[in-house]
Design a protein around this ligand. Structure first.
Ligand SMILES: *Cc1c(COP(=O)(O)O)cnc(C)c1O
Length: 412
C-alpha cells in the first residue's frame, strides 16, 4: 500500500550520510566548499566531478529540500529558488526570448501579471492574456511565435478553475509548453505530472513554508516536454536531451540572476513540508465548515469555495484536486462599508495579506491588492467591492466560526 504523504516526507533519505548521523538535515550555512586537490577542483569545473562549489548555485540543505519534493511528486527535476516570483520569472526567461509570445491566464497573482505585462514586455516578450476557462479563446491566440501557455490552477481571489485536460490537449496539439502555477493546490492534493502539465511553478512561501516562516519557490520539470520543439532551446537539446530545461536554468538564468534559496530558508521549508498534510487537512476541514456556516448566514450574500457542494466548478475541483481546491474562500456582504466594519470586529482572524499562514487571514481585495486599478478594471477582473477573501488557518473551526458570528452580529 502506498504510504501517506507525511510518512513519505519524513523518510526521504539524505543525498549523503551526514558526518555525525544527524537525524534532521543540518543547515549548511556556508558560501563555499573545499576540494581535496587542484585536480579535483579542475575536474569539477570541467563538469566531470559533481560537488557543491558555491551556495548560490547549489547547497546541501537546499538540495535535500529539492530531493524531498522530487521523491514526493515523482518530478523529473526540481529546482528550489528564493521566492515564487523567482520560480516564475526564471521559468519564463528560460523558454522565451524577445519576439515570442506567451498565452497567459488573465486572472493571475498580481505580481505575476505585472511581471508579464510590465517587466518582460519591455524586453520584447508579448503576453497574450485570455480567460483560460475558454479553450477556444486560448486556441485562437496561438501563432508560430507562441512558446507556452501559462495559468494558475485556482485563480485568486476569483477562485476560478480551468479544465486542465483541455488546456493540455491544446498545448500538445501545437507543441507548446504547458506551465501551471500550482501555489494554491500544493503537492499533497495536486500533481501536475498526472494532468499533462510540463512545468509546475509554485510559491512555497504559502502552503509549504509552514505558516509564513520564509520565502521560497519551486520549479518542477515533469520531463514530458520535448525541448527540441522550442527554437530557443533546440541547440541545447542536442547536448542535454531531457535535461535541457534544468541545464538552461542551472547554467544560465538561475545561476546568473542570483535568486538562490538560502540554507536557513530550506530548513524552514523542510519542516513545513513535513507538516503540510496535517496543516492542510485541518484547514481544509475548517474551510468546509466555515463555508457552510457563512452560506446559511442571513447577512452573507454569497460564498465562493469550489470545494462546497453545489458550487460552480465543484466537479472540476473534485476531478483535479481531489475535491480540496485549496484553503481560501471568499464571501460577499451587502456593502463595502459592511466589509470594513466586519473586519474591524474580528479578534482571531487577522487582517493581513498572506495566504496559507497557520493563522487565518482576511483581506478586502478591492481596497488593497487591486486598489491601483480603476473601478472598471477591477470589475473586469471580477473583483467586487463587497467581497472578502479568507485564508483559513489551523485554529479550531469552532473558534473561527464564533469569531465570524460575533463580527457578523456587529452589522446592522
Ligand atoms: C504568492 C504567490 C506568488 C508569488 O510568490 P512569492 O513567494 O511571494 O514570490 C505567485 N503565485 C501565486 C498564485 C501566489 O499566491
Amino acid at each position: 500500500m502506498k504510504k501517506s504523504f507525511t510518512t513519505r516526507s519524513l523518510n526521504v533519505p539524505f543525498p549523503r550520510v551526514d558526518a555525525h548521523k544527524a537525524l534532521d538535515m543540518p543547515v549548511y550555512e556556508t558560501v563555499a566548499y573545499e576540494f581535496d586537490s587542484s585536480e579535483d577542483m579542475s575536474a569539477n569545473f570541467r563538469g566531470e566531478l559533481p560537488a557543491h562549489v558555491y551556495s548560490r548555485t547549489s547547497n546541501p540543505t537546499v538540495e535535500y529540500f529539492e530531493q524531498k519534493i522530487k521523491a514526493l511528486t515523482g518530478a523529473y527535476q526540481v529546482l528550489a529558488v528564493a521566492s515564487g516570483m523567482a520560480a516564475i520569472s526564471n521559468t519564463i526567461l528560460s523558454v522565451c526570448k524577445s519576439g515570442d509570445n506567451i498565452i497567459s491566464g488573465n486572472h493571475l497573482f498580481a505580481h505575476s501579471y505585472a511581471l508579464l505585462d510590465q517587466s518582460l514586455r519591455s524586453y520584447g516578450l508579448e503576453p497574450r492574456f485570455v480567460d483560460t476557462t475558454d479553450e477556444q479563446a486560448v486556441e485562437k491566440l496561438i501563432d508560430e511565435n507562441t512558446r507556452a501557455i501559462y495559468f494558475e490552477t485556482v485563480t485568486n481571489p476569483q477562485l476560478e478553475i480551468a479544465d486542465i485536460s483541455k488546456l493540455s490537449a491544446i498545448a500538445k496539439k501545437y507543441n507548446l509548453l504547458l506551465i501551471a502555477d500550482s501555489t494554491v493546490t500544493p503537492p499533497l492534493i495536486f500533481n501536475g505530472r498526472f494532468h499533462g502539465i510540463d512545468i509546475e511553478v509554485m510559491s512555497t512561501t504559502k502552503h509549504i513554508s509552514g505558516g509564513g516562516t520564509s520565502f521560497g519557490g519551486l520549479i518542477l520539470d515533469h520531463g514530458s516536454y520535448n525541448w527540441a520543439l522550442n527554437p530557443n532551446l533546440n541547440p541545447l537539446a542536442e547536448k542535454f536531451g531531457k535535461d535541457t530545461f534544468i541545464a538552461r536554468l542551472r547554467k544560465n538564468y538561475f545561476r546568473n540572476t542570483g535568486g538562490a534559496m538560502s540554507a536557513h530558508t530550506a530548513h524552514y521549508q523542510i519542516l513545513g513540508l513535513d507538516l503540510l498534510e496535517l496543516r492542510f487537512e485541518r484547514s481544509y476541514a475548517s474551510c468546509i465548515k466555515l463555508g457552510e456556516f457563512l452560506s446559511q448566514h442571513p447577512k452573507v450574500c454569497r460564498v465562493t469555495y469550489p470545494g462546497l457542494k453545489g458550487s460552480h466548478d465543484y466537479d472540476l475541483a473534485a476531478s483535479q484536486f481531489n475535491g480540496k481546491p485549496g484553503t481560501i474562500l471568499t464571501f460577499e456582504l451587502k456593502s463595502e462599508a459592511a466589509c470594513f466594519t466586519f473586519m474591524n470586529h474580528l479578534h482571531i482572524i487577522r487582517r493581513a495579506t498572506n495566504l496559507n499562514d497557520n493563522k487565518s487571514l482576511i483581506i478586502h481585495p478591492w481596497s488593497t491588492i487591486f486598489v491601483e486599478f480603476s473601478e472598471d478594471e477591477r470589475r473586469a477582473m471580477r473583483i467586487q467591492p463587497t467581497a472578502l477573501r479568507l485564508s483559513v488557518g489551523i485554529e479550531a473551526a469552532n473558534d473561527l466560526i464564533q469569531d465570524l458570528e460575533l463580527a457578523l452580529n456587529s452589522l446592522d
